[in-house]
Design a protein around this ligand. Sequence first.
Ligand code: ZN
Length: 114
Amino acid sequence: MADTTSRLTSLKARIIELADMAGSDRKGEALALATELSTELDRLLAETPARPASDPGQHRAAPRAPRDEVERCPVCSLRSFHFQKGSIRECTDGGFEAFYRCGSCAHEGWREIT
Ligand SMILES: [Zn+2]
């Protein structure tokens, strides 16, 4: 779709701009642009029809582990939020998420991974 392509091209240009801002003192502008881009991507994702399962070369295998197996716990803020091995599952949006459990306060939750 030509419309989607032009919007994606525009998004890409703004993401590059955002990266430039992040490296400077324009944090406020960067945050506003990030919110705008996120909203635009949500719209595009909502409009993009799901790919057929038979589409060759498009199948993504689930990653075995997230990049960071230990993260900061959102509840007690200690760095003891551990990825539970073998817990990766596919999200509804086509990405993947992993299950974490805090070794300190026992908080549990899913984290999206890339
Ligand atoms: Zn915790």
